[in-house]
Write a protein that binds this ligand. Sequence first.
Ligand code: RP5
Length: 170
Amino acid sequence: MSQPESHLHEVPFASLEEFEDAGPLVGILIGSESDREGIEPAVEELNERGISNELRVLSAHRDPRGVAEYASNAALRGVRVIIAGAGMSAALPGAVAAYTELPVIGVPLTSSKTAAGGLDAILSIVQMPPGVPVACVSLNGARNAAILAAKILAQGGGYPGGASGPATAV
Ligand code: RP5
């Protein structure tokens, strides 16, 4: 008798067993290559603090499935905070937050196509519906996003090499 065909391949996102390499503590996403310069201060700040991080270019509008996959798997990989920077109709931080329980920090970025000097991105990130929060730093506030991520990591566990070090039980 033939076995029923497996439908495991239809699972949309990866399973825990597929993650052989631990992810970094902070995942950084930007919506476009054109956002790279704007998010660079976050990478620099995290590197200076010795906080592991990765930078991925994933657009909420151009690659929504990629965003969903990254956000869905991030916690399983060990990521503990996600920073998401985008400009214009900056849906990326909110889209990420829709797929993860991890804290998401949005960074509104100016772009050459921005409206109202970046207010478009600010409102897109700030005006999340109830139940799906996204923290929002200032316009082009990538460094602040990294500092906030470090503060979050310092709660209840610290981070390797960080000032507070690993948490100890009391
Ligand atoms: C947003 O659209 C991106 O985050 C970027 O800030 C803006 C423009 O993207 P490109 O047209 O430069 O790729 O989604």
